[in-house]
Ligand binder design. Structure first.
Ligand code: PRP
Length: 202
């Protein structure tokens, strides 16, 4: 039995579709259940940001989540495969026409991705205040909570509809398959066999 942590939402649906194609049968979580056991697999349904934690602690041997979540969590895991779906970008956004003024003494940036934002501004040697939010990040520049945001863009609609624009792309993300470091050593052939089976379908 291999335990695989999946993030609630589209990435979990697409992963279970892959397992349907590989193994046949119906891979589906029943109504509010958070564990799905089928064939030799046990799937856990968790929040995207929590997938690396489940895998790093060994509560799951494998996990799938966006590269953005892996980078944000600084997860100590073994990355195995780019699944190509779940594509999104993490961008720096501001009100249309606005630009960051590095000479300004106090710049505030709102984000739910604090670590990615901190690294981005550290590389630019810019001192900014990071304001942690949990959602609706696009509101921050519209209300004066912050000048800029670091946020996820998929279609770009949310930013556009709120009068914001991308200043810079920080990273391009897609879903990744990754393993607990010890599990990868102890169950290498089993894990690599699954990796190969998945790779054939992407
Ligand atoms: C994410 C992200 C953007 C939006 C981007 O938010 O933070 O707000 O999706 O998608 P788009 O480019 O296709 O418009 P999410 O839907 O996760 O909700 P949240 O604001 O509660 O985090």
């Amino acid at each position: 039995m291999l335990t695989i942590a999946l993030p609630k939402g589209r990435i979990a649906d697409q992963t279970l579709d892959l397992f349907k194609q590989i193994h046949g049968g119906d891979f589906r979580f029943e109504n509010r259940k958070l564990i799905l056991t089928k064939d030799d697999f046990r799937f856990l349904l968790v929040r995207s940001q929590d997938v690396p934690t489940y895998v790093a602690h060994g509560a799951a041997e494998l996990g799938i989540c966006g590269k953005d979540a892996l980078l944000e969590q600084n997860a100590l895991v073994t990355e195995l495969l780019d699944l190509k779906f779940g594509r999104c970008e993490v961008v720096l956004g501001m009100k249309k026409g606005a630009r960051l003024d590095p000479s300004k003494p106090h710049i505030k940036v709102a984000t739910k991705m604090v670590n990615i934002a901190k690294r981005f501004f550290a590389q630019k040697a810019m001192a900014v205040e990071i304001v942690k939010l949990y959602g609706s990040i696009e509101l921050a520049p519209l209300t004066g909570l912050a000048e800029a945001i670091v946020d996820i863009v998929e279609t770009g609609t949310t930013m556009k509809e709120n009068g914001l624009e991308r200043i810079e792309t920080i990273l391009v993300s897609s879903a990744r398959l990754f393993a607990n470091r010890d599990s990868f050593i102890e169950r290498k052939s089993e894990i690599l066999a699954l990796r190969e089976a998945i790779a054939k379908f992407i």
